[in-house]
Design a protein around this ligand. Structure first.
Ligand code: SF4
Length: 148
């Protein structure tokens, strides 16, 4: 005899959803092929359903990859066309960084996400010291960004 179908929601389904930088969540997405897990971030994640994303991978860059820096401005300036992202081999990666940021925003919109937990001091994910390209785009779209 077949089992009756369960209508119970999966565990955690009632929790709000947030985005998290994939490297903060423990995935090996950094330029050097490593992760950068944060205990404080993991503690906060316990209150959410969370989606780990790496904008630099979503923009088409490989892992590992040559690290890149914001040149002539922050992520807001990159989005406005007044600054660039250049990797340490001298290659212009602006297009990939903007594409990755747009992909992250598209996921946030599709999932109606209003909070992102982001890796500090990253040209994509950094929020405060020098806002990265993804963080800038999320902030411009009223998504709250916390950094770790
Ligand atoms: S782009 Fe963001 S998620 Fe990806 S490795 Fe860098 S800091 Fe982590």
């Amino acid at each position: 005899m077949s089992q009756p179908e369960s209508h119970q929601a999966p565990a955690g389904a009632h929790l709000p959803c947030c985005l998290v930088s994939a490297c903060l969540a423990g995935l090996c997405t950094r330029y050097d092929g490593r992760s950068r897990p944060s205990r404080a971030c993991r503690r906060l994640l316990a209150q959410y359903r969370w989606l780990p994303l790496c904008p630099e991978q979503l923009g088409g860059l490989p892992t590992p990859r040559t690290p890149a820096d914001l040149v002539d401005g922050d992520g807001f300036a990159v989005l406005a066309g007044r600054a660039r992202v250049i990797d340490r081999a001298g290659r212009d990666r602006t297009e990939q960084f903007i594409l990755g940021a747009r992909q992250v925003l598209a996921v946030a919109r599709a999932q109606e996400i209003t909070l992102a937990l982001l890796k500090a001091r990253s040209p994509s994910c950094g929020v405060h010291a020098r806002t990265g390209v993804t963080a800038a785009l999320l902030l411009q779209n009223n998504i709250r960004c916390l950094e770790f």
